[in-house]
Ligand binder design. Sequence first.
Ligand code: ZN
Length: 267
Amino acid sequence: MTEATTGEYLARARAELRARQGRGAREDAPNAPHAELFWARTGTAYFARKLGELADAGPEGLDGPSLLPGWDRRALTAHVGYNARALTRLCAWARTGVVTPMYATPERRAAEIAEGASLPARALRHLVAHAEVHLNVEWRDLPPAAWDAEIRTAQGRTVPARETAWMRAREVWVHAVDLGNGGTFRDVPPAMLDRLAADVLAAWRRRGEDAPALVLAPTDRDDALTTQGRDPLTVTGTMADLVRWLTGRGTGGLTAPAPLPALPRWF
Ligand code: ZN
């Protein structure tokens, strides 16, 4: 299909969907961050699938460890649910102008996760499912101007509300892997892997981290990524394996002519 006919096809499909759904149908504003919302929604489905594969109890199930030090799967799952609620608050902030931070305090955030982690399995699953639906409703209802309204992240960065879609995409895809029951960076959409790699390097630059000099040479991409510095170490692997390393989740699948250096944290 050419681009023009694809556009016409999508416009017709949208009009038909609207007609089927009738009044009150929701869809994203025309200037919404469509790619990031798509990643957030497919990542939400991916996280839900991996969570659904876990038994309610036992070390192989929800009670077992996640891949994140200090967090079992219950804590990780509660965090993913409460993160959706926190992003919902940022959307409400953008929509109303009333300042509603992601979390009241870091201590409150930690206490909330501990509380959520202690919930019965069914309630914990419900928390995630409900929070996700609520966030999606907030996104669908966000008027065009609100997507560019400024809000502040938990890290203290001032960003437009459209950033919430990318923040959520990142959370659901990466934490689905962190559940540690077979989720893998190979399942992350290729364009999103590229974005994740850029995101990590940008975060290091923003914080002025003393990152090692690297040439990241993905075997499944045309172009390499580089960090500043002399005598860079060339690290080769698939983009999925490179991103896993950059995000602090292991060195599997990578090759380099010298031992891999320690990396600054992502965020
Ligand atoms: Zn997180």
